[in-house]
Ligand binder design. Sequence first.
Ligand SMILES: *Cc1c(COP(=O)(O)O)cnc(C)c1O
Length: 228
Amino acid sequence: MNLAERYRSVLTNIEQAAKSAGRDKSSVNLIVVSKNHPASLVSELVSLGQRAFGENRDQEASKKAAELKLSAVEVDWHFVGQLQTNKVKSVLDYASTIHSIDRPSLVSELTKQLQKQEKRIDGFIELNLTDDPARGGVAPSDLLSLAEQVLSSERINLLGVMAVAGLGKDPEAEFERALGMSAQLQTLAPAANRLSMGMSEDYEIAIKLGATHIRVGSAITGPRPISA
Ligand SMILES: *Cc1c(COP(=O)(O)O)cnc(C)c1O
């Protein structure tokens, strides 16, 4: 299959997964993760009708965003990777949404830069569902205190929680845990009911469990050619 065929096939799978879950397909936002692929791939997908793209490293993403902006290609950028505080300013130049808010120092820096630039951004709090603190994401026990900080910043429109299913874990069980955390978050922030979960291997399961934002890379882009 070529790029267009892989893209259409994922769109069909999304539609079917939504249908079997009794959901409208428009309730599922597809973010194509374009990391390690050139701007030309993004451009080709834009011409097929895709708007939202995800990146996980600022160095690569900022270049790609600038290149596409120069060519007047309209892209809605989502930042999905671990975000260092010294990259925040740069990421805010192009991203509309950050999926990886995971610690108080990051919320402080985001708030500071957003105040300076007099703008707001959409954000998800990333959950760490593993026992490994080195993985990105907030420990479930710290979710609500981080959410309080995000809400008080008044610059971040908190959409909900983001989760990555652990390697070798049953994705359905992992997404069920994320759902439980999402319910906890909604006791504090009823509007923060969105769920960013599901990747190439498990997006259909994620849709079944209520994902509103799925982050799909290789199933659409093919294997990643540029080494990270
Ligand atoms: C790379 C990446 C994805 C996409 O992964 P695929 O398995 O290629 O679909 C999704 N989310 C995050 C956070 C990523 O880093």
